[in-house]
Design a protein around this ligand. Structure first.
Ligand SMILES: Cc1cc2nc3c(=O)[nH]c(=O)nc-3n(C[C@H](O)[C@H](O)[C@H](O)COP(=O)(O)OP(=O)(O)OC[C@H]3O[C@@H](n4cnc5c(N)ncnc54)[C@H](O)[C@@H]3O)c2cc1C
Length: 276
């Protein structure tokens, strides 16, 4: 398995864990790089069962994309083996809720899918699955996370809040992860690997497969087009807790048309040429 050497000294250096004690190597690396803050998310099998019992599948379907939607919060428990996906399935069947739980199961299956993809060839986990479909090549993207992102002091207030939330809790809603990843890769033109490593090292549910394949999907190396968003989209899905005022989020407060021209000028140019 490969991890990447600390970002603080500039470049990314792949570190082979084979032949070493991976656990020790990983712990050293984490201690060097990350100050530990304890999360308010309480661990334990009992807590996992409570979260499962509290799941409202119908509310999940209707609200799961909202930052305060009725998502399960099960990912840290699943990741640490406190509850198995099979137990979740059994719970759904015991409650005769397979149809109601359809959308939840669809999301849960992404985890298994990414895990399977990873297990098929673990050596690919840090490699670009394809080219960037952004008009740029991988060489155009920075290897290192900008300091203002690491410090949560970017020019975009809502992005800073997501970063703070990630540091304080070790968890982010899926939509916030998408926004944050898109900001890192597309607004700041940083390699998805740098962002993925950074996020992974702060997540309580950090899972190499789900994390890296999701980053590649956002980046477009693992999908057909880059994922971007704008402030109007954040406003639609955020609640009052988030600082979505326009004056505090100027860099993302643009139409999709303007953003595409700003972020992917070569693509827009080549589409215009084809159109004429
Ligand atoms: C950039 C990025 C990084 C991510 N990194 C991780 C990660 O390190 N670990 C991780 O478990 N998930 C990751 N995800 C997927 C997803 O964001 C989380 O699984 C989800 O937000 C966890 O919250 P929840 O348990 O309330 O999810 P729910 O919506 O309640 O879903 C239930 C379960 O299904 C699985 N699941 C849901 N959505 C996804 C998804 N899109 N991909 C894979 N599995 C999913 C999880 O196991 C989750 O616990 C990432 C997504 C993005 C966009």
């Amino acid at each position: 398995m490969l991890f990447y050497e600390t970002l603080l000294n500039g470049k990314f250096v792949p570190v082979t864990l084979e032949g070493k004690n991976p656990r020790e190597r990983f712990t050293d690396w984490m201690l060097l790089e990350q100050p530990f803050i304890s999360s308010p998310i309480e661990g334990g099998m009992k807590q996992a069962q409570e979260k499962l019992k509290a799941l409202d599948f119908s509310a999940y379907h209707k609200t799961r994309n909202y930052l305060d939607g009725a998502v399960s919060g099960l990912s840290p428990y699943i990741e640490h083996g406190l509850i198995q996906p099979d137990e979740v399935l059994k719970f759904i069947d015991t409650n005769n809720a397979r149809i109601e739980a359809y959308h939840f199961l669809q999301q849960l299956s992404w985890r298994a899918f990414f895990e399977q993809k990873y297990l098929e060839d673990p050596s690919l986990i840090w490699k670009d699955a394809g080219e960037y479909k952004t008009g740029f090549t991988a060489a155009d993207y920075a290897d290192v996370m900008p300091d203002d992102i690491i410090k949560g002091q970017t020019p975009v207030a809502v992005i800073n809040q997501f970063i703070e939330e990630l540091y304080q809790t070790g968890y982010l809603h899926n939509h916030a992860r998408l926004y944050l990843a898109a900001y890192v890769v597309h607004w700041r033109r940083v390699k998805w690997q740098a962002g993925a490593k950074w996020m992974l090292s702060h997540l309580l549910d950090g899972n190499l497969a789900s994390n890296n394949y999701s980053w590649q999907w956002v980046a477009s190396t693992g999908s057909t087009k880059p994922y971007i968003f704008n402030l109007d989209n954040v406003i639609e899905f955020a609640n009052q807790k988030y600082k979505t005022q326009r004056t505090l989020n100027v860099d993302i407060d643009k139409s999709y048309e303007t953003l595409k021209q700003q972020l992917f000028p070569q693509i827009v140019e080549s589409q215009n040429e084809k159109g004429h």
